[in-house]
Design a protein around this ligand. Structure first.
Ligand code: ADP
Ligand code: ZN
Length: 293
């Protein structure tokens, strides 16, 4: 069985490890995200004594995942200090001569969930993470969605909640979905961290109102067979029933499918791969690279 090197490149940490082509994790380590020089130095050192056939890299965005593009393999314009215009795949290729697949962490997670997780066996799966930022990836007809670049479903524009005066904190759009509903937005609006607000119903009602609106848009545009929601904020499990209820109310019977009308508890779900969805997503990307071998 082929051995896959996998990197989940996140804004706070890089998870590096080794897995197999059936999605199993053999080992993994965590490296803090500081500067590209320091972090990539440690990443390269970690893999230098390992043997593997291919490498999968799932990254925070925005990135350029489009093969043949001039900036393929780069992290592009990110507000994250030091990382703008960093040639991630170029740097890795200097050290490791194996086929590599590069995509967003969330596209990788969507693929992994469609193979080995909550969407096993389905060809149309949406994965959304609600954490420090909001990102979503999609598998459509068995393939990760890509076009001009990768989708940016965390930055869609929404109708504001009638009681919400928070201006939003996305540096690009202020009150896009990420700007009003990611973990740091919850903290800025309510003055406490999400986990400290667990008992305050109003917080999760507003959060569910926004997340449900986003899901309704994704459902109407992409028609996913399963929606998988992960990330730190979704640890507040009371969000799920609220989100499901708002999705049903908002669609108002328009999408006549039993998955939504009757069985929504199994349609909008927590990741089957749990907290591993992102890292196993990078193993899934490595499996795509195997096809190039
Ligand atoms: P990242 O997005 O950086 O990969 P996480 O998915 O853990 O990491 O997201 C971190 C964000 O999620 C923070 O804003 C944090 O406050 C929030 N968060 C983490 N755990 C919880 C929790 N149990 N309840 C509510 N919010 C949480
Ligand atoms: Zn935005």
């Amino acid at each position: 069985m082929a051995i896959i090197a996998a990197i989940e490149a996140g804004g706070t940490k890089f998870i590096c490890g080794i897995g197999t082509e059936d999605g199993k994790v053999i080992e993994r380590v965590s490296i803090p995200t500081t500067t590209p020089e320091e972090t990539m130095g440690k990443v390269i050192e970690y893999f230098s004594d390992k043997e593997f056939d291919v490498m999968g890299v799932g990254s925070f965005g925005p990135i350029d995942p489009v093969k043949g593009s001039e900036t393929y393999g780069y992290i592009t314009k990110t507000p994250k200090p030091y990382w703008s215009d960093f040639n991630m795949i170029g740097e890795l290729k200097k050290h490791f001569d194996v086929p590599m697949e590069f995509d967003t962490d969330v596209n990788g997670a969507a693929l992994a969930e469609s193979w080995w997780g909550a969407g096993e066996g389905l060809k149309n799966v949406l994965y959304i993470t609600v954490g420090t930022g909001i990102g979503a990836g999609a598998v459509v007809d068995g393939k990760m969605v890509q076009g001009l670049t990768h989708p940016e479903m965390g930055h869609i524009l929404l109708k504001r909640h009638k009681d919400d005066k928070f201006e939003g904190r996305c540096p690009f759009h202020k009150d896009c979905l990420e700007g009003i509903a990611a973990g740091p937005a919850i903290e800025a609006r309510w003055g406490k961290k999400g986990f400290e607000l667990a008992e305050v119903d109003e917080v999760w009602d507003m959060e569910a109102y926004y997340l449900a609106q986003a899901l309704v848009n994704y459902i109407l545009i992409l028609s996913p067979q399963k929606i998988i929601m992960g990330g730190g904020v979704m640890k507040q499990k009371q969000l799920f029933p609220k989100i499901r209820k708002y999705v049903q109310e908002s669609l108002n019977g328009y999408v006549q499918k039993k998955e939504i009308l009757e069985d929504i508890d199994n349609y909008i779900v927590y990741p089957g791969l749990g907290d591993e969805a992102g890292f196993v997503g990078s193993i899934a990307l490595g499996k795509i690279a195997l096809e190039q071998k």
